[in-house]
Design a protein around this ligand. Sequence first.
Ligand code: 5GP
Ligand code: MG
Length: 177
Amino acid sequence: MEIKNVLFSEQELNQIVVRTAADIDSVLKRDKVNSLTVICVLRGAFVFTADLVRNIDLNDIRIEFVSASSYGGGTVSSGEVHMDFLNDIEIKGKNILVVEDIADTGRTLKKLTEAIKAKEPDNVWVAAMFDKPERRTVEFEPDFIGAKIPDEFIVGYGLDFDGRYRNLPYVAVLGFE
Ligand code: 5GP
Ligand code: MG
C-alpha cells in the first residue's frame, strides 16, 4: 500500500476546522449553551478534536475520550462496534458534542449516540470530520460535517492504516501502487 494523491492539504484542513467550529458556535449560541463536554472518539479523531476545541468560542469545555470502532486491522468494516470508557464520563444533564473522524456505514456513530442518549444528556450533537454518505448502511446524519468525501480509503491527520500514518499533517488517499 502506498500514499497516493493528497485529498486535503494542511491549509485546507485548517479551513475545515475553522468552518466546522463556526457552525458549532452558531448552534451553541442559538441554543444558549455555555458549557460543553466534548467526547473525542479514539483514535482517529484525536487530531481533529485537538484543533476543533481550540476554535470553538467557549471557555467552559471538558474533553473526554471514548474508544469506539467497527474496524479490525484492515480497510473493511467488520460490522461489530466496540465501545470503551463511556461509563467513566458524566453525561446526565450535560451538553455533549461527539467528535468522530469519519461517518462511514454510520454504525459506530449510531451505536455511540444511542448509548449516550440512554444516559439522559441535555443535548447531543455529533461532528464528523469527514462524511462518506454513499457508504451509509444505517440511518444516521451527523449534525456537523467537515467535508463530504468519496468512497476511498484515506489516511493522515489522525487517520491510520494498520496503525500507521496518523501523524501526516495532510489527508491522502491510500491505494495500491
Ligand atoms: P462506521 O461504523 O461508520 O462504518 O465506521 C466508521 C469508522 O471507520 C471511522 O470512525 C473510521 O475509524 C473508520 N474508517 C472509515 N473510513 C475510513 C477511511 O477512509 N480511512 C480510515 N483510516 N478509517 C476509516
Ligand atoms: Mg473511528
